[in-house]
Design a protein around this ligand. Structure first.
Ligand SMILES: *Cc1c(COP(=O)(O)O)cnc(C)c1O
Length: 381
């Protein structure tokens, strides 16, 4: 067979043999592969992944292209970026750990602390990545229902801690509902968590918070030896495509994550872009102010339309459409909006380009008026 013929035969996937007899872990077979929000039609607005709608700043692009020695492996421990973050937050560089996105960090900490027979607690509904990360570690998820406002029920989470609990993940603002945890509630919660249980405070959207009662992990991490704070450059800093996140916590805990990491995952261009972004924090954070204003506008208009929506402090809003979710997502698609539906639960919509706002609101108005009376997502009639 010619080489070309062989390539063509392999490209036709229907000719690959069926591999269903290969023995895989049953819990992995039962786990659906990660599915991204639908790719947007060319003229649609992609409001499905909580990305930053602003394009990268010019200096950031330059830093990426200046990191040109990509024939070499990157600095495995992202020294310059860690030193920079450490100086900004008044800790030592060993108390910062950088990963290829904070999802990679979550995976490392879960794997470091929990294995078969161990339990990982988190609020539900929360970040869609949590269940899969726990399954891959071989551990058991214990989801604890959100309260009626879409917020964490920290009392029930603390009550659910057992001898088997190794990790508790706390997400504030919570993805997908946008609700925060107050500093007072978090302190009371930490009083109840045994010192041998690792608490991961996932603050991917911290820069969008304007409620000053909210907990801020960077302020309190020094009080709790079992607490690790997770931050990311993907959302407010607009580097989702480069994959950089960071953790702040004690050196011992971070060493356990470093031991669980796939080495050399954070690329040189990603490290350079993150440093260049910190150099331009003022400019980037004034963009966040614009998004926060846009969010507050969208929330106010949705409430006027009759939506009952949780108090979001992030760059997205949550519509608890329940059983009407599929139909509601179709209406958003018809209006040129790519939403993130969670079947049977609700729809998450990111705050995107200015031009997306009127389309979002027009679709939402059609949907709220079509919800059956007494539906939980409605405040009126
Ligand atoms: C987006 C997000 C992350 C971070 O994603 P990375 O791109 O991997 O840094 C982490 N936690 C939550 C809750 C998120 O929504």
């Amino acid at each position: 067979m010619s080489r070309l013929g062989k390539v063509n035969a392999l490209e036709d996937a229907s000719r690959l043999p069926n591999a269903s007899h290969v023995r895989l872990r049953p819990e992995i077979i039962a786990t659906p592969p990660y599915r991204q929000g639908k790719p947007a039609a060319p003229d649609a607005f992609k409001l499905s992944s909580n990305e930053n709608p602003f394009p990268p700043l010019p200096g950031v692009i330059e830093a990426i292209s200046a990191a040109h020695d990509v024939n070499r492996y990157p600095d495995a421990t992202a020294t310059a970026l860690r030193e920079r973050l450490a100086a900004e937050h008044g800790v030592s560089a060993d108390e910062i750990h950088v990963g290829s996105g904070s999802v990679a960090l979550l995976s490392q900490f879960i794997q470091a602390a929990a294995g078969p027979g161990d339990e990982v607690l988190y609020s539900w509904r929360s970040f869609e990545a949590y269940p899969g990360l726990v399954t891959v570690a071989g551990a058991t998820s214990v989801p604890i229902a959100n309260n009626g406002n879409g917020a964490h029920d920290l009392t029930s989470i603390a009550d659910a801690i057992t001898d088997r609990t190794r990790v508790v993940i706390v997400c504030t603002p919570n993805n997908p509902t946008g609700t925060i945890i107050t500093a007072i509630d978090f302190a009371a919660f930490m009083q109840k968590v045994p010192a041998h249980v690792l608490v991961l405070l996932d603050e991917a959207y911290a820069e969008f918070v304007r409620d000053d009662t909210a907990v801020n992990g960077l302020d309190i991490v020094g009080r709790y030896p079992n607490l690790v704070v997770l931050r990311t450059f993907s959302k407010a800093y607009g580097l989702a495509g480069l994959r950089v996140g960071w953790a702040l916590g004690s050196e011992q805990l971070l060493d356990a994550a470093r031991a669980s990491a796939i080495p050399l995952s954070v690329t040189g261009p990603a490290q350079a872009a993150a440093i260049a972004s910190l150099d331009r924090s003022d400019e980037l954070l004034s963009r966040v102010d614009v998004l926060v204003e846009r969010r507050d506008h969208v929330v106010a208009r949705l409430r006027e339309q009759g939506w009952a929506i949780p108090a979001t402090q992030s760059n997205f809003v949550w519509l608890a459409t329940g059983n009407e979710t599929d139909a509601a997502a179709a209406t958003f698609t018809e209006h040129g909006i790519v939403s993130r539906p969670f079947a049977g639960a609700g729809i998450r919509l990111s705050i995107g380009e200015p031009e997306s706002v009127d389309k979002l609101l027009a679709a939402a108005e059609v949907i709220v008026n079509s919800l059956p009376s007494g539906h939980g997502a409605r405040t009126l009639g």
